[in-house]
Design a protein around this ligand. Sequence first.
Ligand SMILES: C[S@@+](CC[C@H](N)C(=O)[O-])C[C@H]1O[C@@H](n2cnc3c(N)ncnc32)[C@H](O)[C@@H]1O
Length: 197
Amino acid sequence: MIDYNQQFYNQLIRKKLAKSFLTVGWGSKKTQKIRFENIYKYFDKNNFSVLDVGCGLGDFYLFLKKKKIKFRYTGIDINETFIKKCKRKYKNVNFINSHFLRYKIKTKPDYIIISGALNLPMDNYLILLKKIILKMHKNSKEKSIFNLLSSSSKKIYQFNAYTNIGKLSEYIDTIAKHYLIDKTYLSHDISVIIHSK
Ligand SMILES: C[S@@+](CC[C@H](N)C(=O)[O-])C[C@H]1O[C@@H](n2cnc3c(N)ncnc32)[C@H](O)[C@@H]1O
């Protein structure tokens, strides 16, 4: 649900928190980075292009930039304030204010990634989740990679959305031949890596 998503992040923006990882809703910089590393480790192409869905304050862009590698980056987020801040901070980088499902992808990037944008409840969560996964899969040249909170987590917070891995893989089986579910890096998190070919 866009409204809940906007409300959630706008109240964090109003708090004027000193650190970007706090403003985009992460509990710590460490776990934000662990998630980024766990996405990046599946990038196997040099000089790649990446679409970062739910880019927040562009921290994944900064993470890649520090690696001193060649890449082309586009970040998209439904939160207008986040996108304005990204554009101010990172000149000449492609940041777009849009809901992913409304965004027209003109050129397929090698990788489409999502870190954290699927963690809040949305109306018809499973239906929307499937649409997002299908769009990622159809529009990436190499892989689509995203993380979610697992419903088998020991701690369940009512303001978060949790996904049943079994149901999720039943769905992915219907759209993709090759994929991987990685549950090795944080106890409550799963990453899904879907190969485009
Ligand atoms: C937890 S934050 C993570 C930000 C960033 N990926 C990071 O790890 O630093 C999730 C972000 O996803 C955005 N978002 C949620 N649903 C979205 C959608 N359908 N399309 C685009 N952005 C979305 C939110 O506005 C928010 O900025």
